[in-house]
Design a protein around this ligand. Structure first.
Ligand SMILES: *Cc1c(COP(=O)(O)O)cnc(C)c1O
Length: 386
C-alpha cells in the first residue's frame, strides 16, 4: 500500500467510484436521442453530486460544448476547469453581479424584465452584445419572463439589438409524465413565444423532454440526470448506464439470535438467527435515515433500502445511524461474505433510483446529497471521448 489514494481508501468508511467513461457514453446516447439538435450538459449542484470539475472535463472531452449550471459560482468553476465552452447560468442576475458574470465569462439566463434591462445596459456600455439566454416561463411559475413580458421585449427593437440573445429557452414541468397535458400546452406556448425571436437558437427539453419526441428537441437539448445514469421518465428504468457506485466498508460481521433487536430504538426485531454486516456509512454521508429498515415510523415510503454483496441482496436492518448502517447478510453465501470488504449501496445491483425510492425520494436527491467523507475514485479513459 503505497499510493496516496490507496492510503486514503484504507482510511475511509465509504468508497464512491465515478465512471467517467460511462458518463461520456451517456452523453453520446443523449446526443443520439436528441436527433438533429445539439446536446448540452447540465452540471449544476456539483455535477449532480459527482464532482463538477471532473464531470465537466469528461463531457468536454466527449464533445460537449455547452454547459448549464444553477449558480454563477458553479459557472466560474466550470470555466476554470475547461476553458473554452458556452456556460449558461440558470439563476440569472441577482443584486449587482452582472459585471461579475461578464468578468467570469458567463452567460446569464435572463429570467425577468429587470434581468433583461440590466444585461442590455451592460451590453450597451460594452458596445457589443454579451452572450445570454432568454428564459420564458411557459407554465411552471418558477423562473422566466411571462409570455407577455417576452412579447414586450420582442417589440422593443432597441433592447433586442443591444442584447442579441444567443438562446431562447423554457423548462417543462411534467416531462417525466409523457401523457401529461401540460407538455403539449408548454410546447405550444414556447413555439409561439420563441417565434418572435427569429434566428435565435431554441431549447426546451431536459432529459425526460428528449424522450417526448422530435417536436420537443428544437436546436439544443439540456439533459442532466440521464447523463448520470438516473431515471428520468416515471415508471421507466433508466435510459442510460450507471455512473456512480457507492460502497460502504464492512466494519464487522456479527451473529445475532432470533428475537434480538438491531440498532437505535430497537425498531427491528429479528425473526430468525441472523448474520449482520455493520457498514461504515450512515446519514452523515447522505445515506438517508428515511431508508431505514422496517419498523421505523418516519419511513412511510417503503420497507427500507437494500445493499448488495457480490450481486447478493442484503436488506437494511433497523435505523440508519449517523455513521453506521446494518445489513442482513444471512442469505449471502459464506464464501462470498468471507471475502467481502464492501457492501454496494448504489451501483449495478442497486440502481440509484431503487435506493432513492426506498427512502421516499428520487435519484436526483440521493446523488446531490452524496457526502463528503467518501474516498472518491474517478475511473474511465476520458481522453478517448469520441
Ligand atoms: C435541472 C434542469 C435541467 C436538467 O434536468 P434533468 O431532469 O436533470 O435532465 C434542464 N433545464 C433546466 C432549466 C433545469 O433546471
Amino acid at each position: 500500500m503505497t499510493s496516496p489514494s490507496q492510503v486514503e481508501e484504507a482510511l475511509a468508511g465509504g468508497r464512491l467510484t465515478i465512471d467517467l467513461a460511462a458518463l461520456q457514453a451517456n452523453w453520446r446516447a443523449m446526443r443520439e436521442a436528441s436527433g438533429d439538435a445539439a446536446t448540452a450538459a447540465v452540471v449544476k449542484s456539483d455535477g449532480y453530486g459527482l464532482g463538477i470539475e471532473p464531470v465537466a472535463r469528461a463531457l468536454q472531452a466527449a464533445g460537449c460544448g455547452t454547459f448549464f449550471v444553477a449558480l454563477p459560482d458553479e459557472g466560474r468553476r466550470v470555466r476554470e476547469a475547461i476553458g473554452e465552452a458556452e456556460i449558461f447560468v440558470l439563476a440569472g442576475l441577482t443584486g449587482d453581479n452582472a459585471r461579475a458574470y461578464r468578468h467570469a465569462g458567463l452567460a446569464p439566463v435572463l429570467n425577468s424584465s429587470n434581468d433583461v434591462a440590466v444585461w442590455a445596459r451592460l451590453a450597451r456600455e460594452a458596445e457589443t452584445p454579451l452572450p445570454c439566454a432568454l428564459h420564458i416561463d411557459t407554465g411552471m411559475n418558477r423562473l422566466g419572463l411571462t409570455p407577455a413580458e417576452a412579447d414586450d421585449l420582442a417589440a422593443d427593437a432597441a433592447a433586442l439589438a443591444a442584447l442579441a440573445p444567443t438562446l431562447v429557452m423554457s423548462h417543462l414541468a411534467c416531462a417525466d409524465e409523457p401523457d401529461h397535458p401540460l407538455n403539449g400546452e408548454q410546447l405550444a406556448r414556447f413555439k409561439a413565444a420563441a417565434r418572435q425571436f427569429p434566428g435565435v437558437r431554441r431549447s426546451l427539453a431536459n432529459s425526460a423532454g428528449v424522450f417526448l419526441g422530435a417536436d420537443f428537441h428544437f436546436d439544443l437539448t439540456r439533459p442532466g440526470i440521464a447523463l448520470y445514469g438516473g431515471e428520468c421518465v416515471v415508471g421507466m428504468p433508466a435510459h442510460t448506464q450507471p455512473v456512480a457506485t457507492l460502497e460502504g466498508r464492512i466494519l464487522q460481521v456479527r451473529e445475532a439470535k432470533r428475537a434480538e433487536s438491531v440498532g437505535y430504538g430497537a425498531t427491528h426485531v429479528l425473526d430468525r438467527d441472523s448474520r449482520i454486516a455493520v457498514v461504515g456509512v450512515g446519514y452523515g454521508d447522505g445515506y438517508p435515515r428515511a431508508a431505514s429498515g422496517s419498523g421505523v415510523p418516519m419511513s412511510t415510503a417503503g420497507s427500507g433500502a437494500v445493499g448488495a454483496i457480490g450481486g447478493h441482496r442484503a436488506p437494511v436492518l433497523g435505523r440508519v445511524s449517523m455513521d453506521l448502517t446494518a445489513f442482513d447478510v444471512t442469505d449471502v453465501p459464506e464464501p462470498v461474505l468471507e471475502k467481502a470488504e464492501w457492501v454496494e449501496l448504489i451501483g449495478r445491483t442497486i440502481p440509484v433510483d431503487e435506493a432513492a425510492r426506498a427512502a421516499g425520494t428520487i435519484g436526483y436527491e440521493l446523488l446531490t446529497h452524496l457526502g463528503r467523507r467518501y474516498v472518491r475514485h474517478y475511473v474511465g479513459d476520458t481522453k478517448n471521448g469520441n
